[in-house]
Design a binder for this molecule. Structure first.
Ligand code: ADP
Ligand code: MG
Length: 281
């Protein structure tokens, strides 16, 4: 298949980019996609570390765990702004061109701030996924919402950046960026706020041309496996020593729904259920 580029981005830290990215990567690996990860958050490297933990865990426990190719792209440190951006662009293009045609999917995990590397990654996206926390503070990066009616008044920073990326992309190769926005860490509490954010996103998607898709709930299972480098996608229901709870079943369904909603080429035919963890022979 033609290499498909997924960018997980939002200029906000802690919205769940790296966590969501990890679950997408493992879901793709399980469906036999060849995946390369480019971690652009060279400061926190959360996704890089998650995957490093995975590699180490597999080694120490004799497990055969599928891995993506992992790259951490640091930004150029010295020079004028123009020189730094020129250097960043050369290194970015060099890496992406090397990976295109050799992997099925390139996934970028972006930092929670506006950087040049993050901006050019957005321009190369075929699929852009933006997780936001279930809050008007996070929504504010996308658009200003009227205090009384919750109607969308104007686009804000991040939406403007994506708008610009889309424009650049059309100019470059007439490509289209499919932008999906999901809520992360939703909880059963504060139903009123949840409904309002939902209503605002439903309205906003028409204005900004993104698809508002179902996201992930607040669940311990999405964070507790980080030290092992595993996700619930790695376990099969009958796995020895793994107690599958109702919350795990629901989490599995959320991830599956997210993957279905992302519309990644060939996903449906490649993602039939398969056991994942095997002992290394
Ligand atoms: N759906 C979720 N349920 C529970 N904890 C989550 C969920 N998503 C993210 N987290 C936790 O929230 C924190 C921030 O998530 P992270 O993926 O690192 O965000 P980002 O990459 O956007 O900065 C981490 O501690 C992570 O484990
Ligand atoms: Mg992160």
């Amino acid at each position: 298949m033609k290499t498909h580029v997924i960018v997980v981005g939002n200029e906000k830290g802690g919205s769940g980019k790296s966590t969501t990215a990890m679950h997408i990567v493992v879901s793709l690996l399980k469906a036999d996609y060849k995946v390369a990860v480019i971690d652009l958050d060279a400061r926190q490297k959360s996704l890089g570390r998650y995957l490093e933990n995975r590699q180490n865990y597999a080694k120490t426990h004799g497990l055969k765990l599928s891995m993506p190719e992992v790259h951490i792209l640091q930004k150029t440190e010295t020079g004028t702004v123009d020189e730094i951006e020129a250097q960043d662009l050369v290194r970015f293009n060099g890496l992406v061109e090397k990976l295109r045609g050799t992997v099925d999917v390139i996934l970028f995990d972006c930092p929670g701030s506006d950087t040049y590397l993050s901006r050019i990654a957005h321009m190369t996206a075929d699929t852009l996924l933006t997780p936001i926390n279930d809050s008007f503070v996070d929504l504010d990066l996308l658009a200003k919402v009227d205090a009384d009616t919750y109607k969308v008044e104007k686009l804000n920073l991040y939406s403007e950046m994506v708008w610009e990326a889309r424009k650049q992309r059309t100019l470059k190769d007439r490509g289209v960026i499919d932008w999906a926005v999901m809520r992360n860490r939703t909880s059963a509490l504060n139903a009123k706020n949840k409904q309002r954010v939902h209503d605002a996103l439903t309205e906003l998607q028409k204005r900004v041309a993104f698809r508002y898709i179902a996201g992930l709930s607040e669940r311990v299972i999405y964070r507790e496996l980080f030290p092992k480098g595993l996700t619930l996608v790695d376990f099969k229901a009958s796995q020895k020593g793994v107690k599958i709870t109702m919350s795990h079943v629901a989490a599995r369904q959320e991830i599956r729904r997210l993957m279905d909603d992302l519309n990644i080429p060939h996903w449906q035919e490649r993602s039939s259920v398969k056991p994942h963890i095997e002992k290394a022979s």
